[in-house]
Design a protein around this ligand. Structure first.
Ligand SMILES: *[C@@H]1O[C@H](CO)[C@@H](O)[C@H](O)[C@H]1NC(C)=O
Ligand SMILES: *[C@@H]1O[C@H](CO)[C@@H](O)[C@H](O)[C@H]1NC(C)=O
Ligand SMILES: *[C@@H]1O[C@H](CO)[C@@H](O)[C@H](O)[C@H]1NC(C)=O
Ligand SMILES: *[C@@H]1O[C@H](CO)[C@@H](O)[C@H](O)[C@H]1NC(C)=O
Ligand SMILES: *[C@@H]1O[C@H](CO)[C@@H](O)[C@H](O)[C@H]1NC(C)=O
Ligand SMILES: *[C@@H]1O[C@H](CO)[C@@H](O)[C@H](O)[C@H]1NC(C)=O
Ligand SMILES: *[C@@H]1O[C@H](CO)[C@@H](O)[C@H](O)[C@H]1NC(C)=O
Ligand SMILES: *[C@@H]1O[C@H](CO)[C@@H](O)[C@H](O)[C@H]1NC(C)=O
Ligand SMILES: *[C@@H]1O[C@H](CO)[C@@H](O)[C@H](O)[C@H]1NC(C)=O
Ligand SMILES: *[C@@H]1O[C@H](CO)[C@@H](O)[C@H](O)[C@H]1NC(C)=O
Length: 443
């Protein structure tokens, strides 16, 4: 950074603690509580903030300004207002360089403006933050303690995804950034924001605990024939006590997905459209690792136009080349104590899918190498609605690679129908059918 830009940053910072200090944030923090289901304890108390830092916008009054980068000013505001303040982003900002905000403590982030990421694909591939898990990367990340990010329904985080969809169509191993990563956050919330057109997953919550996500609105659309791929709503990884609730997701991959070592997770009051369902997994991808997903409650969900409603997907016991940049299998671990309750289906291909052959289309290979992942204590309760015509009269598939690998999987009060009105059929393989109040057929 040149002397001139250092100077202008210093001046901008000085302006913040001057008259700006008296300005109040444009909206106040929403009430932060999870419910009706909880991870067993209340959301941690977060003290009131008492300083405010408004972030000036270098990219000017129009969004997506070229040649300007608001990242340095945003970082400066977090340094000023960390430990007890609120950082306000009420203008249009472009982030054009990586932003590491993992040092935060007791800070609110008020977003009533629009944050966009620059379209320089080559730059970001080089400079994004990298994670080994599934070749993930991101533009920016938040971590620390007690951080509340809120937008009051006004704020927008826009991934500017189209150049990524276009490039990905030519290069299937392109490292596409995740729109928002919480990494190492203990006590925090993300509420009232619109998220648009992520290049990849919308949210990754990793190495975190006591996180509330609520009142979010996610949408992804490609404007041409190059599809927006892998736009999961949320992924949790190595995180405990996470609640995702009362949100709307319109995407084309998992609505919410529980990746390795997700524990005490609640997802409730969601409306998902066009997704791949609410998914445990994929798990068992890495042979050297032991994956755990435990104590998950998925409650009160409306799911439409999805490939799956409730889904559990684990890799087979042998190495499997699935897609460019996505391969694996043979990893061990378990899925335990997962409940799906009050789940409304509309035009989903499968209402329930349990699959221990993820990424492998040849079932013979999966039977030869049963999954190293055990699935136990799973309950499907009060599921209703009608599936799509795709597999009619079948409405669900529960296929385990061996009877020892699926234990105590139960389904009660399942009233899911198919469009033809024929008796709904469920594929059940290696399951204890005495626990399933559904019409099991073998194939
Ligand atoms: C942000 O940009 C949009 C146009 O892209 C403009 O209408 C709006 O006024 C801008 N907002 C601010 C606060 O400058
Ligand atoms: C998950 O937890 C297991 C058991 O504690 C551990 O061996 C493994 O390394 C963890 N994996 C990740 C991705 O954190
Ligand atoms: C279910 O979720 C919707 C929001 O999608 C909410 O309005 C409703 O109150 C919830 N019902 C229950 C029983 O929690
Ligand atoms: C829901 O998803 C379907 C399929 O992806 C899409 O065609 C439709 O426009 C979406 N509906 C709404 C209301 O967004
Ligand atoms: C199962 O998970 C639920 C939360 O989803 C929790 O309340 C319950 O205590 C767990 N049961 C066991 C046996 O761990
Ligand atoms: C499902 O998709 C159809 C179009 O494909 C759309 O009309 C409908 O609104 C979608 N359902 C929901 C709940 O978004
Ligand atoms: C990550 O991407 C590289 C390059 O495309 C690929 O070789 C590797 O298998 C990928 N890793 C995983 C875990 O999928
Ligand atoms: C599936 O795998 C088996 C065992 O390797 C092989 O004999 C068979 O040809 C494969 N089937 C297909 C359709 O590739
Ligand atoms: C994983 O499963 C494969 C095939 O089912 C088996 O050969 C292997 O020993 C298992 N590995 C572990 C670590 O359990
Ligand atoms: C069965 O589930 C429906 C919702 O799909 C619910 O309204 C009804 O009360 C449940 N019946 C019983 C006996 O629990």
């Amino acid at each position: 950074m040149g002397i001139f830009s250092k100077l202008s940053l210093a001046l901008a910072a000085a302006a913040l603690v001057g008259p700006a200090a008296a300005r109040k944030p444009p909206i106040s923090r929403p009430e932060l509580q999870w419910g009706p289901k909880t991870p067993g304890h209340p959301f941690p108390h977060s003290p009131k903030r008492c300083r405010t830092c408004f972030v000036p916008s270098a990219s000017g009054s129009s969004s997506g300004g070229e040649g300007n980068d608001d990242a340095p000013a945003i970082l400066q505001a977090f340094k000023e207002c960390n430990k007890g303040g609120s950082v306000v982003l009420d203008g249009n900002y472009t982030i054009a360089s990586p932003l590491d905000l993992t040092f935060l403590e007791a800070v609110d982030v008020v977003i009533t403006g629009t944050i966009t990421f620059s379209a320089d694909v080559d730059y970001w591939v080089e400079h994004s933050f990298k994670y080994t898990f599934q070749n993930s990367s991101t533009f920016w990340r938040f971590g620390g303690k007690d951080v509340n990010i809120y937008g009051g329904g006004l704020g927008v985080i826009d991934g500017n995804g189209q150049p990524w969809y276009d490039e990905f169509a030519k290069n299937p191993t392109l490292l596409r950034p995740i729109l928002l990563v919480l990494d190492g956050l203990e006590g925090g919330s993300v509420t009232g924001l619109k998220m648009r057109n992520s290049p990849n997953w919308f949210n990754l919550i990793t190495n975190s605990k006591d996180i509330l996500v609520s009142d979010m609105d996610i949408k992804v659309r490609s404007t041409n024939a190059n599809p927006a791929k892998n736009g999961d709503g949320w992924d949790t990884l190595t995180s405990d006590s996470v609640v995702i609730q009362n949100s709307h997701v319109d995407n084309s991959d998992d609505c919410v997905s529980f990746k390795p070592n997700s524990t005490n997770i609640v997802v409730q009051g969601m409306q998902c459209n066009g997704s791949h369902g609410i998914s445990v997994g994929s798990l068992g991808q890495y042979p050297a690792e032991y994956d755990i997903v435990e104590n998950v409650y998925v409650y009160n969900i409306s799911m439409s136009n999805a490939s799956d409603g409730a889904r559990i997907k684990v890799w087979p016991g042998s190495d499997t080349p699935f897609q460019p940049g996505l391969s694996g299998g043979g990893g061990a671990g378990y899925v335990r104590n997962v409940t799906y309750e009050m789940f409304r289906n509309q035009n989903n291909d499968w209402a329930i899918e349990i699959n221990q052959c993820y990424g492998q289309s040849n079932q013979t290979i999966c039977n030869m190498y049963p999954s190293n992942m055990t699935i136990s204590d799973v309950l499907f309760l009060d599921m209703s609605g009608t599936t799509s015509a795709k597999y009619d009269p079948k409405v669900g598939t529960l296929v385990c690679s061996s009877p020892e690998k699926c234990v105590n999987i139960a389904a009660h009060n399942i009233t899911v129908t198919n469009p033809s009105g024929r008796t709904p059929q469920w594929i059940c393989t290696n399951m204890d059918e005495a626990l399933l109040d559904i019409n099991c057929v073998s194939k």
